[in-house]
Design a protein around this ligand. Structure first.
Ligand SMILES: *Cc1c(COP(=O)(O)O)cnc(C)c1O
Length: 366
């Protein structure tokens, strides 16, 4: 008997190339798109190690935990790094980026996370891209949490290295990712003697052996199951329509925010301004005297499948995340998450209004 996952015909180079082209269409880009055979940390790290080196002066914008990681890679690659740390309850502005360029005029690399699933904010990449272009710096963007939830447009925004993963708003697999690379970025990598080559991290290897060779023969065995899952999730987004998928995420964020405010009991949106809040996930600040991870554990007891999590690391005490992305970008997932949180809060004697929360979420969804 054949097994549906295991007994598959080989995945052809032609099909791999067609999946890359579909990713390029989703990003509306004419840059080189490489599908990278690993979780998104693979192209995120590969791009930094290829494009940055001892001569690089990087502005590393930190609006969540990933920015910290990028700064570490940049330093490790030998770059001079200027961190621009922004409080997690807000977003960075183009003006703040311009001020940083004024302080460090030799900046030639900018790293930024678009939306942060971990902290719930989203950054205005189009406006920041203008500032980066004026500066003439290379622009590196982590769009893992934004793709599928809001527009990601590397060409229109002047992004040189744009990394996506399918595991958040695309509702796809985690074990495969993609990057779009501009001509400028390829030139920077080619000129970097320390860029990884003959390495799992090497984007240049794939360019030489795959893209420039006409995409007729894969240099390594394709990660077949992940590729099929990526293809299926791209097909699904195309058939529903990317605008519809994004509208669902935006509606979920508005519903979660409005519902949490109406729930009361001292629960507050973690991101102060709605325009800075990410469509992919909504973060909430718990009332004083409560511990976020304990409230989440209680709420999940009623339904372990709810898309609720406590903040990571030091945020576990104060932050709750409603991960309304992918299959959870639905009115039910948001409402049931708020109801379960309301139950956990009521159990601690907090005055909450679950009915009001349901109404507010439903109104906001429309
Ligand atoms: C989820 C996510 C990633 C992928 O990393 P994981 O740690 O595997 O989840 C990268 N960047 C951002 C901004 C993300 O939200």
């Amino acid at each position: 008997m054949t097994h549906p996952f295991l007994d598959l015909p080989p995945l052809s180079a032609e099909r791999f190339a067609a999946i890359e082209d579909r990713v390029a269409r989703l990003l509306d880009t004419r840059q080189t798109v490489l599908v990278t055979q690993g979780e998104a940390l693979l192209p995120l790290e590969g791009a930094i190690r290829a494009a940055a080196g001892p001569g690089t002066v990087a502005l590393n914008v930190i609006t969540g935990p990933y920015g910290q990681t990028f700064g570490n890679w940049l330093r490790d690659a030998g770059a001079t790094v200027h961190d621009l740390s922004i409080p997690f309850h807000t977003a960075v502005t183009a003006a703040q980026v311009r001020e940083a360029f004024a302080r460090h005029p030799e900046t030639d690399f900018v790293s930024l996370v678009h939306a942060e699933a971990a902290t719930g904010n989203t950054n205005p990449v189009a406006a920041i891209g203008e500032a980066v272009r004026e500066q003439g710096a290379l622009f590196y963007l982590d769009a893992v949490a934004s793709v599928g939830a809001e527009p990601v447009l590397p060409d229109a925004w002047g992004v040189d290295l744009c990394v996506i993963g399918a595991q958040k708003a695309m509702g796809g697999p985690a074990g495969v990712s993609a990057i779009s690379v501009s001509e400028r970025a390829w030139a920077r990598m080619a000129a970097n003697p320390r860029a990884p080559r003959r390495s799992y991290l090497s984007l240049l290897d794939w360019k030489e052996r795959w893209t420039d060779a006409g995409r007729t023969a894969l240099p390594h065995a394709p990660a077949q199951l992940e590729m099929l899952a990526l293809e299926a999730c791209l097909e699904r987004i195309e058939s529903v329509g990317p605008a519809t998928v994004m509208a669902r995420h935006r509606a979920a964020a508005l519903a979660a925010r409005a519902g949490a405010v109406a729930l009361g009991g001292g629960l507050e949106p973690y991101v102060y301004e709605e325009r800075d809040a990410a469509p992919v996930a909504t973060t909430l600040r718990v009332p004083p005297g409560t511990v976020a991870s304990e409230l989440v554990a209680d709420a999940l007891r009623s339904d372990p499948a709810l898309p609720l999590a406590a903040g990571g690391g030091a945020l576990a005490g104060e932050m709750i995340r409603v991960n309304h992305y992918g299959p959870d970008a639905t009115p039910d997932a948001v409402t049931e998450s708020l109801t379960a949180l309301g139950g956990a809060m009521a159990g601690r004697g907090l005055a909450v209004d679950p009915e009001g929360a349901r109404r507010a979420a439903a109104d906001a969804w429309r």
